[in-house]
Design a protein around this ligand. Structure first.
Ligand code: 6PG
Length: 247
């Protein structure tokens, strides 16, 4: 990887504060420049602290939430009130505390069949982000200890990834719901800003391999995320960064 913007923080609190500040800066600048802020949220445990922080002052008051449009980079195919739903988790930690219009919440419909959920999410994306002409202002991403990101898991790269904005996926990880849908690198790599949040010693070996193990996109899907024109920023705690070699 070249020109890595890797920012390492001493602990979880400073990581979360830096992520909240960056989120707010991008949101405020996007609304000032284009009148709205489009963001794809991530699932998993790591961003929940960020969501809780954004739901409190100053971020709750300073971010122009009325002009923010929330999407998800991936979703588990379970109903929206299931504790395993990425939407449900963000609703609990963030959305219900915000002054944001209901119509600005663009959740994937995990309660549908995989085929229907994918078709429906593609339609939602096209409404706001027509292919080729629009880009997410911000994509938040996490990384699993196996190198997956969003729901792009290790294994052969599906040809659909280079043709479609949304695909369905089945993958087992830490007992989480296995049927999922995910945006593809076509969308992620078109974003203006991609921010990874990674914490914990169990990610250290994988993170080091992502940065300095050579390009192995089938083994390390996080390496498939390479914005064409946008910024790629890694916010990482010291425990996760401890095996990354200084460049
Ligand atoms: C999901 C995610 C996923 C997540 C990683 C890391 O729906 O599960 O979007 O890609 O970011 O699994 O999860 P943790 O933050 O819990 O380690």
């Amino acid at each position: 990887m070249s020109e890595v913007d890797l920012r390492v923080f001493a602990d979880g609190d400073s990581l979360i504060e830096a992520a909240a500040q960056l989120f707010a800066e991008i949101a405020i600048a996007s609304v000032a420049e284009r009148g709205r802020f489009t963001v794809a949220l991530s699932g998993g445990g790591t961003p929940q602290g960020l969501y809780q922080r954004l739901a409190r002052p100053p971020y709750r008051d300073d971010i122009p939430w009325a002009h923010a449009h929330l999407y998800w980079g991936d979703e588990r195919l379970v109903p929206p009130n299931d504790p395993g739903s990425n939407y449900a988790q963000a609703a609990r930690t963030l959305i219900r505390h915000l002054p944001i219009p209901e119509e600005n919440i663009h959740r994937a419909k995990g309660e549908l069949s995989p085929h229907e959920a994918v078709q429906e999410y593609r339609r939602q994306l096209r409404r706001f982000l027509p292919p080729g002409s629009e880009r997410f202002d911000l994509v938040l991403m996490g990384m699993g200890s196996d190198g997956h990101t969003a729901s792009l898991f290790p294994g052969p790269v599906s040809p659909a990834e280079s043709e479609e904005a949304v695909i369905s996926v089945t993958a087992k990880y830490e007992g989480r719901p296995a049927n999922r849908l995910t945006l593809t690198p076509l969308v992620f790599n078109n974003a203006r800003n991609v921010v990874f949040l990674v914490a914990g010693a169990n990610k250290a070996e994988t993170l080091a391999a992502v940065f300095s193990g050579g390009y192995q996109p089938e083994k390390l899907p996080a390496q498939r995320i390479r914005p064409v024109e946008g910024r790629l920023i890694w916010l990482v705690d010291r425990a996760a960064a401890r095996r990354v070699k200084p460049r």
